[in-house]
Design a protein around this ligand. Sequence first.
Ligand code: NAI
Ligand code: UGA
Length: 459
Amino acid sequence: MEVKNICCIGAGYVGGPTMSVIAQQCPHITVTIVDINAERIAAWNDSDLSRLPVYEPGLAEVVAEARGRNLFFSTDVDGAIAGADMVFISVNTPTKTYGKGKGMAADLKYIELCARQIAAAATSDKIIVEKSTLPVRTAEALKSILHNTGNGVSFHILSNPEFLAEGTAIQDLHRPDRVLIGGENAEAVQALVDIYATWVPRERVLTTNLWSSELSKLTANAFLAQRVSSINAISELCERTGANVDEVARAIGTDSRIGPKFLKASVGFGGSCFQKDILNLVYIARSYGLEEVAHYWEQVISMNDHQKQRFADNIVQTLYNTVSGKKIAFLGWAFKKDTNDTRESAAIYVADALLNEEANIIVYDPKVSAEQVYADLDYLGTRAPKENRRLVSVVDDPYDAAERAHAIAVLTEWDEFRDYDWQRIKDHMMKPAFVFDGRKLLADNRLADLGFTYYAIGE
Ligand SMILES: NC(=O)C1=CN([C@@H]2O[C@H](COP(=O)(O)OP(=O)(O)OC[C@H]3O[C@@H](n4cnc5c(N)ncnc54)[C@H](O)[C@@H]3O)[C@@H](O)[C@H]2O)C=CC1
Ligand SMILES: O=C(O)[C@H]1O[C@H](OP(=O)(O)OP(=O)(O)OC[C@H]2O[C@@H](n3ccc(=O)[nH]c3=O)[C@H](O)[C@@H]2O)[C@H](O)[C@@H](O)[C@@H]1O
């Protein structure tokens, strides 16, 4: 089965970069990425590459190479489905906000809509690839919809979860630790293996049954998040005992069974997926009556919520038990460095807790717009949008953020924060000049020697 035309439904953080790399690496395949969001598609087609809707180091170069050659962005979903041999589904699968499973289960309505649209638009046989992160056994539902509502053409369903991390998406896609493909039909599996094998060493392309592939994605995210919650739990103990969490992480990480990666203590993990996927795993376990399994994984989220809350609490307590009317400068709003994505960022929840105490917050983030900051706070619904705009301002110069601030809170580990003129910052702050480092980023900057009162997570 040779694939000549690929359609990807969903031009988001996954669909955009993933398909751009496939197009770059496979010039013989035409890749069309479609989305119902016309504004997003227009941004992907913008001749000014700095305006692509997703910021990822190296992405603009990949798009520049392939766009218009064999990579296309379009709103014509039906047309792209009809012309494709292989259709990737890469739409969002957020946590349900209503009905059964509210706050826990994945909302599969966008997936189902895609399946129905594929069934209606398809006039020839197709391979359908689940690229979105889905609950185990979703392929069964997809199969049922496709076979019962289609035009008599046949569909083979594959699971091909994506493991890229934001901020390093292009590097992760160029050199993945592994590519995972689950499926029942050997020919369909081979067709997708062949695409990846163009640039990924064959031994790194793993094939499994459908259900293992679907479940492996949720499991991978649960294990990764669990490591962050584990080191964050230890960070609190470090703060009480004089141990230093980075030293502990290094000491345990050199054990090859534990490994050094993903052991950086922080103000809490964010991002669109860790929490959503663990909640989904918990929901699935509970739906099979596996209460202990559900409870076990739930703790990863409880620890993360605790970490964000205690970071905010520490700021309030240290500032003499009141932040009312005080100016707190936030360095960073994105959920990690090198991305403009703010979904579930710890900064949102820390800000919310401080705003409940009537703090004034001034945000600086090199890649996040004021609009986005307000949208994130408004989405919580804790207070009126007008109130968020009264209490929070967003600036595009870090030194302006620090001006007359009572404290600085570091929420994202952007490299540039290390290189600031910290003496200049201190000179313009209220005294004592407090820094609360939620990323342990400035531990080597000798802020205490400069006269700051410096607190870092885990020391
Ligand atoms: N963001 C990440 O780093 C990763 C995300 N994932 C998974 O990938 C999936 C997609 O995530 P993101 O790309 O972050 O989401 P996103 O929200 O950035 O993009 C999804 C896109 O799908 C579009 N869409 C929804 N329904 C549609 C329809 N019926 N027809 C056409 N377009 C439609 C939306 O307009 C949106 O632009 C999720 O399941 C997520 O869990 C997996 C690995 C990494
Ligand atoms: O399914 C997904 O969406 C993706 O989720 C994560 O990727 P991502 O959320 O983009 O970024 P990570 O690097 O995993 O960071 C997640 C959060 O954990 C935090 N983190 C990470 C590592 C660490 O040691 N400490 C720590 O606090 C980060 O600051 C960030 O807030 C996974 O790493 C990807 O493999 C997966 O594909």
